[in-house]
Design a protein around this ligand. Structure first.
Ligand code: NAP
Length: 229
């Protein structure tokens, strides 16, 4: 299997590369030119395509011949980075490729997610502050989600909880909707977020799903595992 990792140099991206290589996949990594040194540990094992991930021509080249595309949707800068990246992947990936995207719980597919007041307030404050500082564009990640959900490609949008570093706990538990008690702990190891995305490449039951995930050993997962909604 040949897999393209878009946003390969970030924290999540490097875990994605590692899991893909562990499975014996051929890996193409896309990242900003200045971040190529962050991929030094993989230099002789992957092909790196340097450049902005929302550049359609760059993405067209990077995803050519790939059976799977793992995309880190990053809401950086006021430049439609997330939606531009998602659109390029939707436009240029191979017709049958498995497309797996990362984002946070705040992206809702069907409006059926039930968020705590604290979560909603945080997202609202971050969105406004970020827009003022012109550093992060949360609205654009929402737009990226909208375009993916509207697409008939073979996509999965993996919605991460708060993240922490640490050793793998195994495949995270997931639910279709935030608000499900199984997700209440709101914490996943970043290495396992990546594990879930790489596993999704070969799990057709996740096609056209937007799983919200939580760490397998988190208290809420242990208490409620098996009760998805
Ligand atoms: N952090 C959390 O608690 C959290 C919670 C839920 C979901 N998520 C989701 O998890 C995914 C990964 O997030 P992460 O926090 O772990 O970060 P990350 O993996 O380090 O990824 C950040 C990405 O953004 C890129 N980036 C940083 N600054 C940029 C800029 N100014 N312009 C363009 N690209 C820039 C990075 O590329 P470079 O290597 O080039 O800098 C990297 O690819 C995202 O989809 C996020 O929505 C995160």
């Amino acid at each position: 299997m040949k897999v393209c990792v878009i946003g390969a140099s970030g924290k999540l991206g490097r875990y994605l590369v590692r899991h893909a290589l562990d499975r014996g996949y051929e890996v193409v990594g896309v990242c900003r030119e200045r971040s190529v040194p962050k991929l030094a540990e993989f230099a002789d094992r992957i092909t790196v395509v340097p450049g902005p991930t929302n550049d359609p021509e760059l993405i067209r080249k990077a995803v050519a011949g790939c059976d799977g595309v793992l995309t880190v949707l990053a809401p950086w800068g006021v430049q439609q980075y997330s939606s531009g990246t998602a659109q390029a992947v939707l436009d240029f990936a191979e017709p049958d490729a498995r497309l797996v995207f990362s984002c946070g719980w705040h992206i809702s597919r069907d409006g059926e997610d039930r968020y705590s007041w604290r979560f909603k307030a945080t997202v609202r404050i971050v969105t406004v502050l970020a827009r003022l500082l012109r550093a992060v564009e949360i609205d654009d990640q929402v737009e990226a989600g909208r375009r993916i959900f509207a697409s008939d490609r073979r996509w999965t949008v993996v919605r991460g909880s708060d993240l922490e570093e640490g050793e793998s706990q195994g495949l995270p538990v997931w639910s279709r909707h935030v608000g499900d008690p199984v997700l209440a702990s709101n914490l996943t190891r970043r290495v396992d977020f990546a594990l879930f995305m790489v596993e999704a490449l070969t799990d057709d039951t996740l096609v056209h799903e937007a799983p919200a995930i939580v760490g397998r050993l988190s208290p809420s997962a242990l208490a409620h595992a098996g009760t998805r909604n």
